[in-house]
Design a protein around this ligand. Structure first.
Ligand code: MIG
Length: 801
């Protein structure tokens, strides 16, 4: 007789004492008496990987998150053993593994101070329902410790005291603290005692993070399956943590074409063609710069991907060409759901070739999305990705579409409670077959990856542009992203600010929100304030659901139109600055936006700031996030900053009031900066110009700035056809010296720099360019002092009295 069918609940299980140790080049293998195995791999001096198995056997070592291009190699590695520990020492870190418990602690190799240590450390629960384990890690949390990152979480910048889940979820009209939403980026950085480190938990199952919420001295993370597999990344500068994480999970494979950094206009949906043209024409009539126009799902024939609604768009190729002639790139949406329709060739082909996801027992994964009932390609299979890439041939090569927008790729399914696939759906996972529990969080990234490869191929020799809604760590290699369906409220403006900062700190700088809000309609004031923020995000697009009225820049009256124009023009002027910041990002992983803690971690006043951020490296921005404001209080980080609008110099390290009427916003330039500016253009490449402006902000002392340039599209820059200029400013009491150093073979069209000097504390008495004295009449003294000089100068020397 069966009395009890319930399975025994064992609760948490723990490793026992180490009985075996072996070193294999960069990897140390430990095994415990109860069969737990730990692999410690020294990836770099400051990056150590920890991998645990409860069976003594490891899974095939495969990751979508970590790039094959990640740097490897260390300058020093030494392992010693004492009575209680194994001690692994690199030039940056000392890692101690406790013999009795397998617990790990990490110390700074230079000052020997503790950075981070296991509380219980690795432990697990057996998962009877699905097999395998729920793998867990707990670490002690110091009193003064703070936490950042984790992708798109719609919360304040500092994560301390909160708990999160990573499970990509379609989240229409999400709100502050909604969790999870669209992305799964299991990476955070922490700071304590001026030492920053990061943890990347590379596990695509549903993961959870608790930042001292449950217990105030414990931080923990766990996953519903897979391995406890995490990378410990040491700074001690937070910026280095972010750079190392970005190195590990990848920088964008190429710079975006410059037009992609322009202003984009979108709506659900612009159709028919006449409506699209009306919008683009109005941009030109009103002289609001714009580079891209989006077609949402209604351009398709019954929402079938890779088709056109020929009633609304009778001749897409002609239309796209006409838009292009007017300076607009066309970006179209492509969703993962393929309509079940035997007359539809894309469906037919995928069915014939067996490319659709299937349920555990064999039937296809059927789900309802926009086209009605659909099947969904398994993008985790290389062959399917390749097929998908090929589908873009006509759109890109023939019709001339320049960018593709991947939506609904969490994946989203309508009319089911969990809004996605059931857990039993099977995936190839690049030859590591698994259920949806493991593949869910990377489905969207693999779709964007396949899309990217299609665009890369068919846009060649131009650069591809892709935007995705869902993402896992590493998606930044292929695509830009937006934050999904936000709402036109003031609170959402603040959320958008925090999300963009957080994404940048999570290695994903090419991000932005739906400016103005997707759901509902903003008042003009909110729209203007949101534009002011949005022009400082690498991805800058107005989008709205269209259900609640129009959201083009001119629908809120003339005052707002003028303000929008002013800030979009500012974005276009600052394009060389943004492009240079982007180059730094793809070159060494430097985030394009820096929350104040990332900018100056030593100043603990920055640890809880959420609103202010540094754009690039020298522009401080703080959006106005409430109605009727004439300005706001904000924290100015340490150092001296020039108010962008007034040129007043302020000393940072304190909070202060900054004026900002609706046509202005708090914005400061770091002293000593050289900020490059283009003339205003209606779209990238509209004009050929002979000079660009360099705004030079006087500093007593030294500061260095960079200006990167290339052909703004294509790949010649990878063969050395770029130019990288470094400007070294040295200010003295009555002198200012600007030295230029140039690298690279690219020669831009412009031949001159218009040097504009801000706040010189002296009147110029003489000027030397490369040691040759020039006539003083050449100086324009109208407003600010300025002078136009040949762009190839080596040294500009101002003398004054
Ligand atoms: O179920 O394509 O987040 O940007 O406009 C809604 C229509 C589907 C959601 C996206 C949004 C897009 C909309 N999409």
């Amino acid at each position: 007789m069966i009395v009890n069918t319930e399975l025994e609940q064992k609760g948490n299980l723990f490793p026992s004492k180490i009985i075996n140790y072996k070193k294999d080049v960069d990897t140390l293998h430990f095994s415990t008496k109860n069969g737990v195995a730990l692999q410690v791999t020294v990836v770099r001096d400051s990056v150590i990987r920890f991998r645990y198995s409860t069976t003594g056997k490891f899974e095939n070592d495969f990751s979508y998150g970590v790039t094959i291009h990640a740097s490897r190699g260390y300058s020093f590695l030494d392992v010693t053993e004492d009575e209680t520990h194994y001690n692994i020492t690199t030039s940056k870190l000392i890692c101690k593994v406790e013999k009795q418990s397998l617990q790990v602690s990490l110390f700074d190799a230079i000052d020997n101070k503790l950075i981070n240590e296991d509380e219980i450390g690795f432990h697990w629960e057996e998962c009877y329902q699905h097999g395998g384990d729920i793998v867990k890690m707990s670490k002690t949390c110091q009193k003064s410790e703070s936490f950042y990152g984790l992708g798109d979480k719609p919360v304040d910048v500092n994560l301390k005291g909160k708990r999160f889940e990573n499970w990509a979820t379609d989240s229409y009209a999400f709100g502050k603290n909604t969790d999870p939403i669209y992305k799964a980026i299991p990476f955070y950085t922490a700071i304590q005692d001026n030492k920053a480190y990061g943890i990347f938990f590379d596990n695509t199952f549903k993961t959870s993070f608790d930042f001292a919420q449950e217990r105030r001295n414990v931080t923990s993370f766990w996953a519903q399956g897979g391995e406890m597999n995490y990378y410990f990344i040491y700074g001690p500068q937070m910026e280095d943590v972010v750079k190392n994480y970005t190195d590990l999970t990848g920088k964008p494979h190429a710079l975006p074409p410059l037009w992609a950094l322009g202003f984009h206009q979108c709506k659900w949906s612009y159709y028919p063609e006449a409506n699209v043209k009306e919008v683009t024409n109005t941009f030109r009539d009103l002289k609001i710069p714009c580079d891209a126009i989006y077609l949402d799902i209604d351009y398709m024939d019954g929402f079938r991907c890779f088709t056109w609604d020929k009633n609304h768009f009778p001749d897409p190729k002609r239309m796209v060409k006409e838009l292009e002639d007017d300076g607009f790139k066309t970006v179209v949406i492509i969703d993962p759901g393929i309509k079940i329709d035997l007359e539809y060739d894309v469906f037919k082909e995928a069915l014939d070739k067996d490319y659709f996801c299937k349920r555990a027992d064999g039937p296809y994964m059927k789900g309802k999305v926009w086209p009605g009932e659909c099947y969904f390609p398994d993008y985790t299979k290389p062959e399917v990705r390749e097929w998908w890439s090929g589908l873009f041939k006509e759109l890109i090569e023939d019709i001339g579409v320049k960018g593709v927008w991947n939506d609904m790729n969490e994946p989203a399914v309508m009319d089911v409670p969990n809004k996605s696939f059931p857990n039993d759906v099977r995936h190839d996972y690049d030859g590591n077959p698994c259920s949806h529990r493991k593949a869910h969080n990377i489905y969207g990234t693999q779709m964007a990856r396949a899309t990217y490869h299609g665009l890369k191929k068919y846009a060649y020799p131009k650069r591809p542009f892709v935007i995705t809604r869902s993402a896992y760590s590493g998606a930044q290699r292929y695509t830009s992203t937006w934050m999904g369906d936000n709402v036109a409220t003031w609170e959402h403006l603040a959320i958008a600010n925090n999300q963009a900062q957080r994404m940048a700190m999570s290695g994903f700088s090419f991000a932005g929100s739906d400016i103005g809000g997707f759901a509902e309609q903003p008042q003009g004031e909110l729209f203007a304030r949101w534009i002011q923020l949005g022009v400082f995000h690498a991805f800058c697009r107005v989008h709205s659901s269209g259900d609640h009225g129009a959201q083009e820049p001119w629908v809120f009256g003339e005052e707002i139109t003028d303000i929008v124009r002013k800030f979009v023009e500012l974005r276009y002027q600052l394009l060389p600055y943004l492009y240079t910041s982007f180059w730094k990002y793809i070159n060494d992983g430097t985030p394009i936006l820096k929350s104040l803690v990332l900018y100056d971690q030593e100043d603990i006043a920055t640890h809880y700031r959420s609103d202010e951020f540094v754009y690039g490296e020298q522009i401080l921005v703080c959006p106005i996030q409430e109605p009727n404001a004439k300005g706001r209080r904000m924290y100015i980080p340490r150092g001296k900053w020039y108010n962008f609008w007034t040129d007043d110099l302020v000393e940072g390290g304190k909070e202060m009031w900054v004026d900002a009427d609706l046509d202005s916003m708090p914005m400061f330039i770091k002293e000593g900066a050289v900020i490059p500016k283009y003339p205003v253009q209606q779209y990238v490449g509209e004009k050929k110009f002979d000079e660009i402006t360099l705004d030079v902000y006087y500093k007593k002392g030294k500061e260095s700035s960079k200006l990167y340039d290339d052909a703004h599209d294509g790949y010649d820059y990878k063969k050395g056809r770029f130019s990288l200029r470094t400007f070294k400013v040295t200010g003295k009491k009555k002198e200012l010296i600007i030295q230029q150093h140039k690298r690279g073979e690219f020669n831009a069209d412009y031949t001159k720099f218009n040097m504009v000097f801000h706040n010189l504390p002296f009147a110029i008495t003489s000027i030397q360019i490369d040691n040759v004295e020039i006539k003083l009449e050449n100086i324009n003294t109208a407003k600010t002092q300025s002078i136009t000089i040949d762009k190839e100068f080596t040294e500009l020397h101002l003398f004054g009295k």
